[in-house]
Design a protein around this ligand. Sequence first.
Ligand SMILES: Nc1ncnc2c1ncn2[C@@H]1O[C@H](COP(=O)(O)OP(=O)(O)OP(=O)(O)O)[C@@H](O)[C@H]1O
Length: 260
Amino acid sequence: MTDVSEAAITADGLTKRYGDVEAVDGVDLSISSGAVYGFLGPNGAGKTTTIEMLATLVEPTAGTATVAGHPISDRDAIKPHIGYLPDEPPVYDAFSAREQLEYVAVLRGLDDDRAADRIDELLARVDLAADADRLIDDYSQGMRQKVGLLQALLHDPDVLFLDEPTNGLDPRAAREVVDLIDDLATAGTTVFLSTHVLPVVEELADTVGVLHEGRIVAEGAPAELKRRADDGSERSLERAFLEVTDESGVVGATAAPGER
Ligand SMILES: Nc1ncnc2c1ncn2[C@@H]1O[C@H](COP(=O)(O)OP(=O)(O)OP(=O)(O)O)[C@@H](O)[C@H]1O
């Protein structure tokens, strides 16, 4: 059994079926408070569905989970403790970034003055201060993504679920976001980070879980996963990922680009 008191996120046999599709198939998790958990997996592996269940947006077909010490069946108890950046950030095109964040601050019941200061600070942090009063409709995808991230962390949640946070970001913007996530983790936020960008996982994650066809097929520290795909030479996380999610089932059958 998992010790819920020390874990920010636990899951026990978490399962979601959509008709005949087993989107998530018996996932177990135990993620310590303050850890960054890198969640990897091929397209369609069930990552978003797992996050949606943990963020109390989708009900599991079977299994249980807790987030911030509360069962995911208790949405009202969990909601104040979590932030969620979905793969398509829910922002209103007719708002400016500042208005969007002020709106979320009201929904979250944040104190007006403190929220205004925090909004200014966060906008500056991701280089959006100069564009803060332009309509989101005129924003690039990367700028929208940044607003989505800021609204997910505005209330300083204990647990942050991020689905592809660097999606659409240029290298400089991606660096700002990665550094921001790193700072949040250093300050004690638990981060559940789903991404296809392996260097980001390698830089940020304490533990990596690889989901394949709804099941966790490998889990461990990034260095440990790299060692597991080992033949005695230095191997990349990409190689480990390709091996544990290899459709052929033959370990070592898939080479990283440039290795053939
Ligand atoms: N609302 C839904 N109705 C029916 N099937 C769904 C639904 N949501 C997800 N699925 C199916 O569940 C499986 C897992 O999807 P999910 O979006 O969780 O994967 P993912 O790992 O996040 O993929 P990606 O990396 O492409 O975003 C897929 O086969 C998908 O088609």
